[in-house]
Every structure is written in C-alpha cells, then in structure tokens.
Design a binder for this molecule. Structure first.
Ligand code: SF4
Ligand code: ZN
Length: 314
C-alpha cells in the first residue's frame, strides 16, 4: 500500500493552485495539490456528501462503527471535525468478533482514538452477545460471510439500544465500487437495493446506515491518515482474502490506472439507478425475527439462522 501511495505522489516538482509545492497528483481530476489543499479537499468532499444527501440531522445521535483500521479511524476524525461546524452527538461502537492476535490491537486503537477525540466509546463482543468467537466458527461459509452478517446485526442492534438514529460506516470509494460490481457479477440483486450512500429499511428496528466517505478513494484515505498523523492500526485480519473481492479489486485498479475515473463512474451510474433498485427489490413489509425480535424478512433473521447452525456445530 505504501509503495502504491508513493507512486501516486507524483506532484513533487509541481505547484498546487494556491502556489505551494504539490505533494499529490489527483489523476481523476488532473489537480496538483499541496498538503493543506489536499486535506481541505477531503474535508470538503466529506461535508459535501453529508450535505447533499442529508446524511445527518442537526442534534441527532450518530453511532460510528470503529474497528481501529484506517478507514474507520479517518471517519471518526472527519466526523469530529465536521461536528465543529454542525452540531450532532456521536458515540463510537466497536465489535469484538473474537479474532486472536488481531482484534485486541485494533480495538485498542479504536479506544485511544475515541479518548483523544473525547468521544464516548462502547465495545461489544461476539462471545458475550452471541455465545462464541469468530475463531470458533466453522461451517460451509467463509469466516468473512459469518462475520459480515453477525457484525452488521450487532452494530444495528447496539446502535439502536444506545438511542442512535444513524450508524456511520467507513466504506470508501474502492469498497463501494467493488461491492457494486460484485453484486452485479454474482447476480445478487437483493443487495443492489442496499448499497447506497444511505440505507434505511422500512422496519422501525433498522437504524439508518450512512457512508459519508464513500466518494473518497482508498489511497486518499490512506494519504489523509498519514498527513494528519491519525493513529491507525495496519494489522490485517487473518481471514482477509476473499478471493472474489480480490479479483474485482485488481480488475478495478487496472481499469482505474488506464482510465482514471472508472471507480467514480461506477458509483455515479449506480446512484442513478439506486431509487429504481430500491423500489423493485426491497420487500414492502418486514416482520420481526421470532427468535430475537430484530427486523427480519423471513420468520427468523439471518443472524439467528447462522447462530443456530454455529451453536449446533460447537
Ligand atoms: Fe471479518 Fe473478514 Fe473483515 Fe476479518 S476480513 S474482520 S473476518 S469481514
Ligand atoms: Zn433474530
């Protein structure tokens, strides 16, 4: 990642529009940017995404999903700066899935970041809430598939229980473009109606999910965290390596290097279709899971279905 970033910082001998020495060349817009203008452009883009889509209401209580990695650490910093101009309440939420030699470190970073920014922070674990750790899970699916469903379930539940009306997550442009393409390639149309900048299910039990960093490319998130000295944990989850996502990531990076607006274009095209996807693909009524009472399309929610199978196998 660092090597890729160095390659992208091509503006050393060029000047930024403000006259200072450029440190970054933004290929998709053709701009040379100095350190200060780069940071300002990120904060501006972030605020613009929130404003354009009304992601946060004045004085509302927002939960921020914080893993301690670069995306969520940058997210909480950007939100905390945004809050200086626009008042709202914020709490940090970390889910400890139970991944040995990985989650303890990133969790510590999440706590430290929240302490520095004076943000209330809560951690909830799979072990206490669900009865097992991710390390103990074995089944026909990948660890990431279990982790994704169960973590989303817990974030929604805990955010709601803590009185939050929105849940901010740190998805960047690369994550979003990859997900959109993966849903298409896999024919997973159900998910096509749930990938937007904000997603609010019709059920009252769902907390609105918001993605204010979704227009910022991954390498700019990384550069921002370095230039602003944001303390992030670079550890990689031992289960990372979803082969499908890696293929799509490589393909998109290749396309972006040849045509440097590809990822933005995918997002824009998707956003235009999003209302249609939502109308066509989201069920009109959502009931409650008969087991846990959380919102569910079927009789039992996906998390409870998974949990039952996992518990039976333990
Ligand atoms: Fe969970 Fe997979 Fe992410 Fe690890 S890489 S935290 S298992 S989703
Ligand atoms: Zn359930």
């Amino acid at each position: 990642m660092y090597a890729a970033l160095k390659v992208s910082i091509e503006g050393g001998h060029m000047q930024c529009g403000c006259g200072r020495k450029a440190i970054y060349f933004r290929r998709y817009s053709g701009e040379y940017l100095c350190r200060r203008c780069f940071a300002e452009s990120i904060e501006k883009k972030f605020a613009h995404t929130i404003g354009r889509h009304n992601l946060i209401e004045k004085n509302e209580k927002v939960a921020v999903g914080i893993s301690g990695g670069k995306d969520s650490s940058v997210l909480v910093h950007l939100l905390s700066r945004f809050r200086e101009k626009f008042p709202f309440k914020m709490i940090g939420l970390t889910i400890d899935e139970g991944i040995m030699d990985y989650r303890e470190k990133t969790q510590r970073k999440a706590e430290e970041n929240c302490r520095t920014l004076r943000i209330e922070h809560h951690t909830f674990s799979f072990r206490e809430e669900l009865g097992f750790t991710l390390d103990e899970v074995s089944g026909e699916l990948t660890h990431c598939s279990y982790c994704g469903v169960l973590r989303r379930y817990m974030l929604n539940k805990k955010a709601r229980e803590l009185g939050c009306t929105s849940l901010a997550v740190g998805h960047n442009l690369d994550d979003e473009a990859q997900s959109i393409l993966m849903n298409m390639l896999r024919g997973d149309l159900g998910r096509m109606g749930r990938t937007g900048v904000t997603y609010k299910d019709i059920s009252p039990g769902f907390v609105k999910r918001i993605k204010p960093m979704r227009e910022i490319p991954e390498k700019e998130v990384k550069l921002f965290s370095m230039l602003e000295n944001i303390d992030v944990d670079d550890s990689v989850c031992p289960y990372a390596g979803d082969a499908y996502r890696n293929d799509v990531r490589d393909f998109l990076n290749m396309m972006e290097s040849r045509r440097p607006t590809t990822k933005h274009t995918i997002l824009k095209s998707y956003d235009r279709l999003f209302p249609i996807f939502q109308q066509a693909l989201i069920p009109e009524t959502i009931s409650q899971c008969e087991k846990c009472g959380e919102p569910s399309i079927g009789k039992m929610c996906k998390a409870c279905e998974m949990r039952e199978k996992i518990m039976a196998g333990l």
